[in-house]
Design a protein around this ligand. Structure first.
Ligand SMILES: [Fe+2]
Length: 292
């Protein structure tokens, strides 16, 4: 039997999931979050600790710590969870491209980080199956928002990351490096081709128009009601809509901190000789010193 416990991280509007087979059995965590204050630089683990407490209370063994993609809006708690509880961390094999891209942007040395995915225990490919207790996860590649997007299918529950949001939330942006609206359209079609009753569990809910938090829908509902793409939307229509929206979206507040930590599997950069750890922000100088 599939048991699902959701955890909502209000600051980043992220929903993280613990999936387990039975009390006293085996579990996976999908998309956990490390708490972070941009203004103070403080990092803490209240959110992940709540998940750890849930696992301990229910005597669950954590087998897998999974990411649907390299997130740009929150820091992953994968490394912290592994250090506290064990389990294997896993992401898409596509993470190596994300690492390559952001290694260049942040000028990270090979000594500091190789773009081989070796900071994760397992790199996943589409159609791969991983097991926990009496359950298994079918991995489906669903790129487009990023090039490393994965959907995790546990029986009739699809954890779809940032492909689709709730029907009134539409779809995820495609303007990050490696993002592509045409590719996202194909990934959404793959999700929409799952059986109609398949439950879709989203990674974010921004509560449009102030409605109550909600993070699960079905393939049938998504195909019928999603405001960006329904069963009849053509690829050209979707690309046009997605690209015109992306042109006007702000950069996520935690983009640079999140990517620096998440391409390291949730580890922080090495400390400087003073033992202080820093995160970088690439400066676009021409914005601050315009020609007169
Ligand atoms: Fe995302």
């Amino acid at each position: 039997m599939v048991n699902i416990k959701s955890f909502y991280h209000a600051y980043s509007s992220t929903i993280s999931y613990i999936v387990f087979d039975k009390l006293g059995g085996h579990a996976i965590i999908i998309d956990s979050v490390l708490d972070f204050s941009l203004s103070s630089g403080k990092i803490w683990s209240e959110f992940a600790d709540n998940q750890i407490a849930f696992l301990k209370k229910n005597k669950l063994t954590l087998d897998w710590i999974l990411e649907t993609h390299a997130h740009a809006d929150h820091l992953s708690a994968a490394h912290y969870l592994k250090s506290e509880l064990g389990g294997q961390t896993a992401v898409s094999a596509g993470i190596t491209k994300v690492q390559q891209t952001f290694k260049q942007i942040f000028n990270i040395s090979d000594q500091e980080l190789l773009a081989t995915g070796d900071v994760f225990d397992v790199l996943l490919s589409s159609e791969q199956v991983i097991n926990f207790g009496q359950l298994s996860v079918l991995v489906l590649a669903t790129p487009g928002h990023t090039n490393d997007g994965l959907t995790y299918l546990v029986e009739d529950n699809a954890f779809i990351g940032d492909t689709l949001f709730m029907p009134d939330g539409g779809t995820a942006r495609c303007d990050f490096p490696g993002g592509d609206a045409s590719t996202l359209f194909d990934s959404i079609k793959l999700i929409h081709n799952l059986p109609e009753e398949t439950k879709l569990w989203v990674c974010h809910d921004y509560q449009p128009n102030g409605r109550q938090l909600n993070y699960t829908t079905t393939v049938a509902e998504s195909k019928r009601d999603n405001i960006h793409i329904n069963g009849k939307t053509s690829k050209a229509e979707f690309i046009q809509l997605r690209q015109s929206r992306d042109e006007n979206l702000a950069v996520p507040e935690l983009l640079y901190p999140a990517l620096q930590v998440n391409i390291r599997g949730g580890k922080l950069p090495s400390a400087e000789p003073s033992e202080q750890v820093f995160l970088k922000i690439p400066i676009k100088q021409n914005l601050f010193y315009p020609e007169k």
